[in-house]
Design a protein around this ligand. Structure first.
Ligand code: HAM
Length: 423
């Protein structure tokens, strides 16, 4: 019997989970300020949802999906990203009839059969945001500012750069695509095999190739920003204005193409130089055609997702925030005949709102104090024979080592602030 996880899948243990909760709490808090609500959608969907949303010629659909047949023979897929599922839910639940603007976020696992490395897993987690309804560029800007605000709250904004571009729309992108094909065809012999295939299937993806020779050619390629039609150009300029208005710094990067086909107009990535080759910590953009493409009304949308594992790595490696769990009180009784007494005191202190740990064994005081230290306990209550006989307790402040004898009656009115005031 195998007792190992699958390659690229991992357990997240309590010592790390505190950082995850910190990230999730900050995101919920910031998103709440912008009027977003949480949505939870299934992790398993019909395969067609992803092939139609992400595009059949994308890496994810071609090589990375966990697809299998359900018991009734239908093809199902573990979601490789969240946008498609949220759009499906938006349509299924006719959310556009409930409100002209829907602001949704989700937190959860995604699955892509990629080659695992630092910051890249097969089972990873995203915090994603999708905004349905508005076409106005102020919403794109607001979304990017919200993401920048989240990074500030997480204490990692100085390690992250915002890159932004526009992919135009159905009017202007075909012209760009045509010129790009001409340009790359003229340099065909220098492109890698993959890019020669991309030239036929998805030429914009050549701009994204990591091969050094392809990169050189891509650097001199025409820029999408020179091809934007008037509407797209003005939309893009207003997105940038919305960033400038609140001093959000960004870099124009016309080579952002994104690995998913649903995008149009605004696209952006939050990148870092601190995590090696897995440099994108968050990414997103506008996808005005997807709701209609999947059978819904003609409703524009914009969104992003951040990779939780990468945020956690950045926080672990670049900040010195203390995520150790704290315990208010540790109860050490010295005689096993006092076990019921300690049991009752422990429960009553918890009812007062304190976090309390007791070990129900007869180990020595020294070993119990060691445990209290490990548990990061602020105070220890010691129940000795003499104190027990006199309705008293010893309370010890761990930071200073000071001790006080208190009457048992104090337990009835103890609070965390009361504990502080005792010393
Ligand atoms: P994405 O760029 O594919 O976009 O993924 C977003 C983020 O998820 C990445 O920037 C990265 O931080 C994280 N990520 C992706 N793959 C992995 C992996 N294998 N291991 C660890 N982290 C990973 C999307 O998924 C779009 N749905 C974003 C979006 C929402 N666009 C509009 N709305």
């Amino acid at each position: 019997m195998k007792t190992k996880t699958l390659r690229g899948f991992r357990d997240i243990l309590p010592e790390e989970i505190y950082i995850w909760q910190f990230v999730e709490d900050k995101a919920r808090d910031v998103f709440g300020k912008y009027g977003y609500s949480e949505i939870r959608v299934p992790v398993l969907e019909y395969t067609e949802l992803f092939t139609r949303s992400l595009g059949t010629n994308t890496e994810i659909v071609e090589k990375e999906m966990y697809t299998f047949n359900d018991r009734d023979g239908s093809s199902v897929t573990l979601r490789p990203e969240g946008t498609a599922s949220v759009v499906r839910s938006y349509i299924d639940n006719a959310l556009h009839l409930k409100s002209p603007v829907n602001k949704l976020y989700y937190i959860g696992p995604m699955f892509r059969h990629e080659r695992p490395q630092k910051g890249r897993y097969r089972n990873f987690h995203q915090i994603g945001v999708e905004l349905f309804g508005p076409i106005e560029p102020e919403y794109d800007a607001e979304l990017i500012n919200m993401l920048a605000y989240t990074f500030r709250e997480l204490g990692i904004s100085e390690y992250v750069k915002i890159e932004i571009s526009s992919l135009g729309d159905d009017k202007c992108r075909p012209l760009y695509r045509e010129d790009l094909i001409k340009y790359f065809s003229a340099n065909k012999n220098r492109l890698c095999d993959d890019c020669n295939t991309r030239l036929l299937t998805n030429p914009l993806r050549i701009l994204d190739c990591k091969n050094p020779e392809c990169r050189k050619i891509a650097d001199a390629a025409p820029s999408i920003l020179d091809y934007l039609c008037q509407d797209c150009d003005s939309h893009f300029k207003n997105v940038l204005k919305g960033l400038d208005l609140v001093n959000t710094e960004y870099e124009l990067n016309p080579k952002i193409v994104r690995g998913l086909d649903y995008y149009n107009r605004t696209v952006f990535e939050f990148t870092t130089t601190k995590l090696g080759s897995q440099n994108a910590v968050a990414a997103g953009g506008r996808y005005d055609g997807l709701v209609k493409e999947l059978g819904g009304a003609e409703i524009p949308a914009v969104g992003f997702a951040m990779g939780i594992e990468r945020l956690v790595l950045l926080i672990q490696e670049e900040t010195n925030l203390d995520f150790r769990k704290k315990t208010d009180l540790y109860i050490a009784f010295m005689d096993s005949s006092h076990i019921d007494y300690a049991f009752k005191i422990t429960e009553s202190l918890r009812m007062k709102g304190l976090s309390v740990v007791t070990d129900y064994n007869d180990k020595s005081l020294k070993s119990k104090l060691k445990r209290a230290n490990k548990l990061n306990a602020s105070y220890v209550i010691i129940i000795g024979e003499e104190e027990y006989n006199n309705d008293q307790l010893i309370i010890k402040k761990m930071r200073s080592g000071e001790e006080k004898v208190i009457g048992i009656s104090i337990i009835a009115e103890i609070t965390p602030t009361h504990l502080e005031q005792m010393f």
